[in-house]
Design a protein around this ligand. Structure first.
Ligand code: FAD
Ligand code: EPU
Length: 344
């Protein structure tokens, strides 16, 4: 099989993988047609938005469909703005557009790369806000019958970096649009990091937006300059009992209590404690400013990144007895592969 289509421009790690072909779709009809075409030829299909949460560990022997569904409609009632957005819109541009229109509540999620249609999949989150806090519904196209179904936010089963789109609705469905519900009475979310320095009585949405962008730019590498996919691993959630034991040995270990009593740890802190900042495997490295981010330092292959992830996972497991789980989705020759198994 002759794989000639370059995937480097379509993944934020900048990995030099190839696919059999790439199709750009700007309507539900063409999306459905492309999928049918691939199925008739018995080819695997990979749907991509911005490619900012994927790692190609091999060339992909099938059709990559890149989502370019565009459009935005805003309606209102007395209390809320209702924003209906097509899946191929850029997430950060959407937030800028909403700010310009005087629609607030999404600014903590500024500068997260990727498309609107990918946001519900891992329930994107940052600086004290998750997509679930502003999501009203998600529309999904069934690739079996071409019909669109609307799932309410509740039906999406959002959790920390999780949703129904990683489970029951992972295969055979495409997110085609997302509905957001934003209150006309803005209340700033200023709990996280530097945001706590802002005065809630006088702060404006634009100031929150600027602060979030500034913090992110200071910590996270820009994928246009240095290939990466944001946090490589999820923050582990452990029992309160286990967390207490760790705290007794490492009093500075950041711990965040969850609604169910479990404790979330900072994977970046765990990796940092293992002195892995700057550690390299092939062309891949642990970022020197944020240990949770793995970077393509110098023409890394997908294997380099995966091997580095394996080393990080083993080192953290040995030191703390905690198994890190990748947030990034691993893509092999025929489609997604189990990332935990891949680096076990
Ligand atoms: P892609 O990488 O294109 O796709 C991700 C997965 O979703 C793939 O499995 C793909 O097949 C599937 N998919 C894509 N589109 C659809 C669709 N329409 N329907 C069904 N399946 C689909 N994430 C956070 O939560 N918080 C952060 O703060 C954050 N910061 C980041 C910072 C940087 C610098 C980078 C590079 C990434 C960061 N991320 C963060 C991760 C990433 O931005 C999000 O996961 C984002 O939602 C991915 O969007 P995407 O369009 O690039 O998805
Ligand atoms: N820390 C270190 N060393 C490091 C990195 C972090 O000690 O090298 C410590 C920090 O000092 C802090 C704690 O770990 O006490 C948490 O770090 P940070 O605030 O940078 O956040 P994070 O837990 O590493 C999470 C999300 C990010 C999101 C930020 C802000 C996950 C997996 N990651 O990172 O999301 O932007 O919080 O809310 O939940 C992403 O998912 O791709 C992503 C970037």
């Amino acid at each position: 099989m002759n794989l000639t289509s370059e995937l480097k421009p379509f993944n934020s790690f900048g990995i030099e993988a190839k696919a059999l072909s790439i199709a750009f779709v700007d309507s539900q009809e063409s999306l459905f047609q492309q999928w049918r075409y691939a199925k008739d030829k018995q080819l695997p299909v990979l749907l991509l938005g911005g490619g900012s949460n994927v790692l190609f560990v091999e060339d992909f022997a099938g059709l990559v469909i890149i989502n370019l569904l565009k459009g935005l409609q805003v309606t209102e009632d007395d209390e809320y703005w209702h924003v209906h957005v097509q899946a191929g819109e850029n997430w950060h541009q959407l937030i800028e557009t909403l700010l310009d229109k005087g629609i607030y509540g999404a600014e903590n999620l500024a500068l997260i790369p990727g498309c609107v249609g990918s946001a519900p999949i891992q329930n994107i989150g940052a600086y004290g806000v998750e997509l679930k806090d502003i999501c009203e519904y998600v529309d999904v196209l069934s690739l079996e019958n071409g019909l669109v179904t609307r799932l309410t936010a509740n039906e999406c089963q959002f959790g920390y970096r999780d949703s129904i789109f990683k489970h029951e609705y992972q295969y055979g469905y495409v997110i085609v649009s997302v509905g957001l519900k934003l209150s006309k009475t803005w209340s700033p979310q200023l709990t996280y990091g530097d945001l706590a320095l802002l005065d809630p009585k006088v702060v404006t949405p634009k100031q929150v937006f600027d602060s979030v962008c500034q913090t992110r730019r200071s910590k996270l590498p820009d994928p246009a300059v240095t290939g990466n996919a944001g946090s490589f691993f999820k923050n582990p959630v452990i029992s309160a009992e286990k967390a207490q034991k760790i705290k007794a040995i490492y009093p500075n270990c950041p711990q965040y209590e969850q609604a169910d009593g479990n404790i979330k740890l900072a994977a970046g802190w765990l990796i940092d404690q293992c002195n892995l900042k700057g550690y390299e495997v092939g062309g891949a490295a642990v970022h020197t400013r944020q240990a949770l981010v793995l970077i393509n330092k110098q023409q890394a292959t997908g294997q380099d990144i995966a091997n580095l992830a394996k080393h990080v996972r083993h080192t953290v497991a040995e030191r703390f007895g905690i198994d890190l789980e990748p947030e990034v989705r691993f893509i092999g020759k025929m489609g997604e592969v189990n990332a935990v198994d891949y680096i076990r």
